[in-house]
Design a protein around this ligand. Structure first.
Ligand code: PAP
Length: 360
């Protein structure tokens, strides 16, 4: 059962967690739902496939590698999801900062509602703050409407920009995207650790060297990494009022400054009084790796997230080291050169640089 933090509209400093609203399936809805499965099977039968990091195979759909589970989510988003003008989507390639941004965006949007000394994030952790659109749209049959979420509704997604419906991405729509990216070398290390934990025990483990090759060849869930980043980067250049492009490394270096940027972009800039009162620092502290990773709910057995019927992830698995430059402990100089050279080539002429420097 999926539950999200839903701020209580009447009482400050409290929150209620309620179930994602679903509708009783009507006959037509059931028929459409079954047709969607037929469509999914048809697509899967014809798409190029390669080795998955968590499951056996991933499939190349419109230029991006997806597991069957998230492809189903994508089809459902296209068929059913109704964006609202005030929606804010948090988008990122895997392991680039979603957990951190989830906490920051929730804390920022609801800063007048909760006391920092008794904040719901400290009880639930950031994963429950708002839905992961890619799979939560179908977590409960037939489709979750998300109508109960207060405005602005917040959603997370790992889908590439070009895969999402234009109702979400068109510059003429007023919903917004916050995109966070990271040095691909650190994203790779983080992803390999994470996916190795989730990988079915019936499959042979993926060695780091194999993961490295797959990643460099673009073969990894939601990848190729570089195409993912470039899609959002280009869109953010074209419509900076619609897409805020952040880097994990900048956030580590100057969290308060990046948070102020984020709040202003979300249409909720900090007032002078808030800044003087230390609200920015309170949010930074609340959402820090140190605070979140030490919460009971994010410790062994503290809680878990259900992404699909098969994929349930312990909260603690979203926290590992939270550092910049951990790749130095894994990559040889030759491996570093290869991945940096791919980054340089893929980003050439774009004005974006990523992970080409040593530890910051
Ligand atoms: P997801 O793609 O599964 O949602 P995501 O949250 O994007 O994962 O990334 C997890 C990474 O962010 C982990 O990095 P690491 O493996 O290199 O350590 C995790 O430790 C890190 N992380 C989680 N929360 C925070 C935080 N509050 N501040 C900084 N880094 C964080």
């Amino acid at each position: 059962m999926s539950t999200y933090l839903v701020p209580d509209q009447t009482t400050c400093h409290h929150c209620t967690a309620i179930n994602g609203e679903t509708q009783i399936p009507k006959e037509e809805e059931e028929e459409a739902y079954n047709k969607l499965h037929e469509k999914l099977d048809g697509i899967l039968a014809t798409m190029p496939k390669d080795k998955g990091w968590r499951s056996q195979n991933i499939f190349l759909y419109k230029g991006f590698w997806l597991s069957p589970g998230v492809l189903k989510g994508l089809l459902m988003i296209h068929d059913y999801f109704l964006p609202q003008p005030t929606d804010i989507f948090l988008a990122a390639f895997m392991k680039c900062g979603t957990t951190w941004l989830k906490a920051l965006m929730f804390a920022t949007a609801n800063r007048n509602r909760y006391k920092f000394s008794d904040h719901p994030l400290n009880r639930t952790g950031p994963q429950s703050a708002f839905p992961f659109l890619d799979t939560h749209i179908y977590l409960e049959y037939p489709v979750t409407k998300f109508d109960h979420l207060p405005s602005p509704r917040l959603f997370a997604t790992h889908f590439a920009h070009s895969l999402l419906p234009t109702s979400m991405t068109s510059p003429s729509s007023t919903s917004k995207f916050v995109y966070v990216c990271r040095d691909p070398k650190d994203a790779l290390i983080s992803k390999w650790h994470f996916m190795s934990k989730l990988r079915s025990k019936e499959l042979t483990p993926i060695s780091f060297n194999e993961a490295y090759d797959l990643f460099c060849n673009g073969v990894s869930e939601y990848g190729p990494f570089w195409d993912h980043v470039m899609g959002y980067w280009k869109a953010s250049r074209e419509s900076p009022e619609k897409i805020l492009f952040l880097k994990y490394e900048d956030m580590k270096r100057e969290p308060s400054m990046e948070l102020k940027k984020l709040a202003a972009f979300m249409g909720m800039p900090f007032t002078a009084a808030e800044e003087e009162g230390g609200v920015v620092e309170e949010i930074v502290k609340l959402c820090s790796f140190e605070n979140l990773s030490n919460l009971q709910v994010n410790k062994d057995g503290g809680g878990a997230q259900k992404f699909t019927a098969q994929v349930v992830v312990e909260n603690q698995d979203f926290f590992r080291k939270g550092n910049v430059g951990d790749w130095e402990n894994y990559l040889t100089e030759e491996m570093r050169k290869r991945i940096d050279s791919i980054t340089k080539t893929k980003l050439k002429g774009s004005g974006l640089t990523l992970g080409l420097t040593r530890k910051t």
